[in-house]
Design a protein around this ligand. Structure first.
Ligand code: RFL
Ligand code: PHB
Length: 393
């Protein structure tokens, strides 16, 4: 088989890149390890930045999102069981957010791919990236019991944190930055009406988050120890613990019901630099991971593939490789901004198991300062909104 761009991974990064390239007349093949049902069953992100929303709309992928998603202006932070403030991003920065599930985006992307008869090879095994430093790289894998070879000009490594693409880059070339946090998030999805706002809570019992997918679907999370097991958390225990971490008026407004999904995710910050080696370009979780505090992961995957598709299109149009050459540097500027914001919010909102009394007081003081300072709220709003996409020079 032959294509211009071989895309490894059919998550949001890989499938969106294929749509972007198609809109610019560039051919691609997606090689995905899992089945369609499996990919569609992963419940993950839910909050889209304005830039992400604009990109989806520009590709004709916004119709269902605009019908079913929930636009909102910012987020609320509560702590000490009583104090609170609202970060009004729309008022300060003029940007909104959209609550719309990653699962729905993935469904919309499969539909778009089906409609244009795009090439996606599902359940591909033993994927290997070959000759990536040369101008004629290729990918080998097994598909439907047969060994296959896909020749291409570019490889986009969109295969997530545990994929093979990043590992194809020689160790001495890659610099890795990492922080592992001493807790995880237990999340549930429930067919109950959500609270009107997204609310982050810092409580002596641990962090909690109230979020939403649509008017009949709520998403809630609580901070749990690293060794927590799903089996140990019945729905009743989850609701009781969640409510205990919010002020009484908010807890009373939470509508409980059976969970339709429950999962635990550890929290980690990770960046691999550079995001390019030869003809291999990394995008999304394959290159970087953020803790979910701040809801940045999916939005970074979208900005990476926006920059990458623009660079590849510019190469095919003009024969110039300037945007390909600056891809890693440009993408990393936005990545580090969101990595820092997610790390900051994680530190601000969680209870760290071994925090000293000093650290605890400093955290409480920071929350009080944020509540009292207009300027601090504007600064946080700007970071939470995410950096604007850069123009090419
Ligand atoms: P994905 O989604 O992991 O997709 C990678 C795809 O590659 C496939 N794959 C392979 N394919 C071929 N060969 C191989 N060897 C392969 N190995 C893997 C996988 O099967 C998969 O289909 O990465 P991508 O596309 O970069 O997308 C990244 C996002 O999924 C991720 O950043 C977000 O979900 C993070 N995230 C959130 N991001 C937000 O922007 N807003 C949020 O509100 C938000 N909430 C979250 C989150 C992540 C969470 N978890 C579970 C970590 C909430 C949670 C709980
Ligand atoms: C979600 O709705 O899944 C969500 C919202 C905000 C976050 C993380 C996840 O910071």
């Amino acid at each position: 088989m032959k294509t211009q761009v071989a895309i490894i991974g059919g998550g949001p990064a890989g499938m969106l890149l294929a749509e972007m390239l198609h809109s610019k007349g560039i051919d691609s093949v997606i090689v995905e390890a899992k089945s369609r049902d499996y990919v569609l069953s992963r419940i993950r992100a839910g909050v889209l930045e304005q830039g992400t929303v604009d990109i989806l709309r520009s590709l004709g992928l916004g119709e269902r999102m605009d019908r079913e998603g929930h636009p909102h202006d910012g987020m609320k932070i509560v702590w000490a069981g009583q104090d609170s403030f609202f970060i009004d991003v729309n008022k300060h920065i003029g940007k909104q957010f959209m609550a719309y599930g990653q699962t729905n985006i993935q469904e919309d992307l499969f539909k778009a791919c089906d409609q244009r008869k795009g090439n996606i090879l599902l359940e591909a095994h033993d994927v290997q990236l070959m000759d990536i430093a040369s101008k004629a790289p290729y990918v080998t894998f097994t598909h439907e019991g047969q060994s296959r070879r896909l020749d291409c000009e570019f490889i986009a490594g969109c295969d997530g944190f545990h994929g093979v693409s990043r590992k194809a880059i020689p160790k001495h070339v890659l610099k890795e930055f990492e922080r592992v946090y001493p807790f995880g998030w237990l999340g549930i999805l429930s067919e109950t009406p959500p609270l009107p706002d997204i609310i982050y809570a810092n409580h002596p019992r641990g962090f909690a988050l109230a979020s939403m997918r649509n008017p009949q679907l709520s998403r809630y999370y609580i901070q749990t120890p690293l060794d927590a097991k799903i089996e140990d958390w019945s729905d009743d225990q989850f609701w009781e613990e969640l409510k205990a971490r919010f002020p009484k008026d908010i807890a009373d407004a939470i509508v409980t019901g059976p969970s339709i999904e429950k999962s635990i995710a550890p929290l980690r910050s990770y960046v691999a630099e550079p995001m390019r080696y030869g003809q291999l370009f990394l995008a999304g979780d394959a290159a970087h991971i953020v803790p979910p505090t701040g809801a940045k992961g999916l939005n970074l995957a979208v900005s990476d593939v926006f920059y990458l598709s623009r660079a590849i299109a510019s190469f095919y149009k003009s024969g110039q490789s300037e945007l390909l050459d600056s891809y890693s540097e440009m993408a990393l500027r936005r990545v580090w901004s969101s990595v820092r914001t997610s790390w900051y919010l994680t530190n601000l909102l969680h209870r760290f198991p071994n925090a000293s009394d000093f650290e605890q007081r400093a955290q409480e003081n920071e929350l009080s300062y944020l509540k009292s300072s207009y300027h601090a709220q504007v600064a946080l709003a700007e970071q939470y909104a995410g950096l604007p996409l850069e123009e090419p020079f």
